[in-house]
Write a protein that binds this ligand. Structure first.
Ligand SMILES: [Zn+2]
Length: 159
């Protein structure tokens, strides 16, 4: 069995994404620098692959969070799980100090598209520097920059 570092679920050997929360169980070997250079070539795609894997790269953190978007992903400071919703708990990345709300924003999958929506967070959400009004859905593209309060996250679509 392999333990999920995110939610603690026991997964069978060889499972790439946690069956409970969708977070990748295998380490991503690329350094941040290689990653940025490689991804710049295909920046701008907004089509999610069939596996639906998004990579969330946090500032100053070398290992990105890989998440399989089944239906909905909640970004914030809670770690519940359900079959359709993944909760990404950003507490270990200093979310509290950076003004991230418990349920800050959500990413919603619609076929091959992913939409970002602010969930009436205290400190707001920005997409590529622009304030995202609460309740408004904006389609995400590869390479987008999301600000949750003062936490900066880059989103990459896995080809
Ligand atoms: Zn998990």
């Amino acid at each position: 069995m392999q333990l999920c570092p995110h939610c603690g679920h026991q997964n069978y050997e060889g499972v790439v994404f946690c069956e409970k929360c969708g977070v990748a169980l295998v380490p991503v070997p690329l350094s941040t620098r290689q990653l940025v250079e490689q991804e710049e070539a295909i920046i701008g795609t907004s089509e999610l692959s069939d596996e639906g894997v998004l990579m969330l790269q946090l500032e100053d953190d070398m290992s990105p969070i890989m998440v399989q978007v089944r239906q909905e992903v909640i970004l914030g400071r809670i770690s519940e799980q359900s079959n359709t919703t993944s909760y990404i708990n950003l507490s270990q990345y200093g979310a509290d100090d950076l003004g991230v709300s418990r349920r800050h924003a959500r990413m919603l999958r619609d076929d091959r598209a992913v939409y970002l929506m602010d969930l009436n967070s205290t400190n707001g959400t920005r997409l590529n520097g622009e304030i995202l009004p609460s309740g408004v859905e904006k389609r995400l593209r590869d390479g987008d920059e999301i600000m949750l309060g003062r936490m900066r996250i880059f989103v990459y679509f896995k080809a």
